[in-house]
Write a protein that binds this ligand. Structure first.
Ligand code: COA
Length: 168
């Protein structure tokens, strides 16, 4: 773990660094644009940075809408990235664990993520737990983490924040 690493909510002065680290980590603008659009739309429900002297990583969570489970508080985890020179030092794990803990503390019911099951399985996400849900990203890379029994019982279609429809 990088010494002096701190996880905290993003501040206005972090925006350029957040954009740069997504471009560096993903090798393109798509995820950086997604974060900017989520922020523009007021859909960054939780946006955390990992910083030492500078910002090294970022994770975003945005709202999901479940018309058939209107009482559910559900979120998408996306994107998450760490500056390439700082990979494999536990920063991504720290960001995701901190974010999930904050969401659990706030009473969130369900989190969905699209990504490598080998990575997200470590946090308790499971692809089979999405079987009662219908999303634009259905398939083996879509995984769910239930934070409450209500989340476990959620059924039906799931709509992502509008910014996802603009993904390149
Ligand atoms: C994915 C990412 C955020 C992980 O951050 P990180 O700080 O390097 O991750 P951590 O150090 O917390 O965890 C590293 C562990 O996860 C594993 N890991 C990292 N990326 C992985 C992946 N895509 N699939 C499977 N395992 C992965 C590493 O092998 C390592 O395992 P170990 O602890 O057993 O050695 C980072 O690699 C990144 O920014 N990648 C480019 C952007 C990206 O792909 N984001 C995710 C989109 S779904």
């Amino acid at each position: 773990m990088t010494s002096g690493l701190r996880i905290r909510p993003e501040e206005p002065g972090d925006r350029t660094a957040i954009r740069s680290l997504h471009v560096a980590a993903f090798g393109g603008d798509a995820e950086a644009d997604l974060v900017d659009r989520l922020r523009r739309d007021g859909d960054l429900s939780l946006s955390l940075v990992a910083c030492a002297d500078t910002v090294l990583g970022h994770v975003a969570f945005s709202p999901l809408t479940l018309p058939e489970a209107p009482g559910i508080r559900a979120l998408a985890l996306a994107p998450v990235a760490v500056l390439p020179d700082f990979h494999a030092q536990g920063i991504g794990t720290a960001l995701i664990e901190d974010g999930l803990q904050r969401l659990a503390d706030e009473g969130a019911d369900l989190v969905l993520v699209l990504g490598d099951p080998a990575y997200y399985g470590e946090f308790g996400f499971q692809a089979e737990d999405t079987s009662a849900l219908s999303t634009p990203y259905d398939g083996p890379y879509l995984q769910a983490l239930f934070l409450t029994e209500a989340g476990r019982n959620a059924r039906g279609p799931v709509a992502y924040a509008n910014a996802f429809a603009e993904l390149a």
